[in-house]
Design a protein around this ligand. Structure first.
Ligand SMILES: Nc1ncnc2c1ncn2[C@@H]1O[C@H](COP(=O)(O)OP(=O)(O)OP(=O)(O)O)[C@@H](O)[C@H]1O
Ligand SMILES: [Mg+2]
Length: 252
């Protein structure tokens, strides 16, 4: 299997605190990988290391055979769609302006921008009327669709979603999970989805990576984690999830 990102023995500290401890991980191309784990275990930091937004103290982070720290970061970042944990829409721009900002900056012709925007609206089932609203005038679910469209605007090779559904109520979250699953299968691209919800990870991802305290505890399928836990933490994490019964059914 071809890996799009290869992380080898990476360590990252902030002052005295080691946020990422000797992590190695390959991201398979064209698959959805989910980073799961409790708050503070290092999920967002690992994404930032892959994006070149943080630099590893030790180890190597490679994107398609190049060290990320050697790349032209501006060009590299255009290949990665990134929805940050807080959504990160510019409040003084409309939804449309948020989505097309980078394409405009890069000088895309207006007709190409319009065509891409239409594709994205169809993909995310976003109401056309919402495009001229400011982010404060959109619902939480609509804001996340706008953040997703913005991340996809430049047709990136990889999509990083950091807890994209974390702040949504259960029903909106459920609907967006269903839509995301369809979107992932239509796009057929490499996706990294950060979540602390195991049921969401199982539903949306091909490959699960469970983290704890800056390290990877176990990766693979849910069935392995249920039947062959690598550490007592795995079982503790699984049983602490509310949807455990659904998951156990799927693991059979
Ligand atoms: N820039 C920073 N400076 C200092 N400490 C940081 C910084 N970024 C992250 N940390 C610390 O590193 C640890 C991992 O943070 P990270 O944001 O990666 O966790 P997370 O798994 O994404 O958590 P959450 O689920 O709450 O988003 C935390 O203890 C956090 O406080
Ligand atoms: Mg985080």
């Amino acid at each position: 299997m071809v890996s799009i990102f290869e992380i080898q023995s990476v360590t990252k500290s902030f002052g005295e605190f080691t946020a990422i401890k000797d992590v190695s991980l390959d991201l398979p191309e064209g698959k959805v990988t989910s980073l799961i784990g409790p708050s503070g275990c290092g999920k967002s930091t690992l994404l930032k290391l892959m994006l070149g937004l943080e630099q590893a103290d030790q180890g190597s982070v490679r994107f398609r055979d190049s060290e990320v720290c050697d790349l032209d970061l501006e060009k590299f970042r255009q290949k990665i769609g990134y929805v940050i944990q807080t959504g990160g829409l510019f409040p003084h721009y409309t939804a449309r302006e948020n989505i097309i900002l980078m394409a405009q900056y890069l000088g895309w012709p207006a007709n190409e921008i319009d065509m891409r925007l239409e594709e994205l609206i169809n993909l995310t089932s976003f109401p056309v009327g919402g495009l001229d609203k400011f982010s404060g005038e959109l619902s939480g679910g609509q804001r996340q669709r706008v953040a997703l469209m913005r991340a996809l605007m430049l047709k990136p090779d990889v999509l990083f979603l950091d807890e994209p559904l974390g702040a949504l109520d259960t029903i909106i979250r459920h609907d967006l999970q269903t839509d995301l699953k369809q979107i992932f299968s239509k796009l057929n691209m490499t996706v990294v989805l950060v979540t602390h919800d195991m049921a969401e990870a199982v539903y949306l991802a091909d490959h699960l990576v469970l983290m704890s305290e800056g390290g990877i505890v176990q990766q693979g399928k849910l069935a392995d984690m249920v039947h062959k836990p690598a550490d007592p933490f795995v079982t503790r994490f699984l049983t602490a999830q509310r949807h455990i019964n659904d998951m156990l059914e799927q693991a059979k």
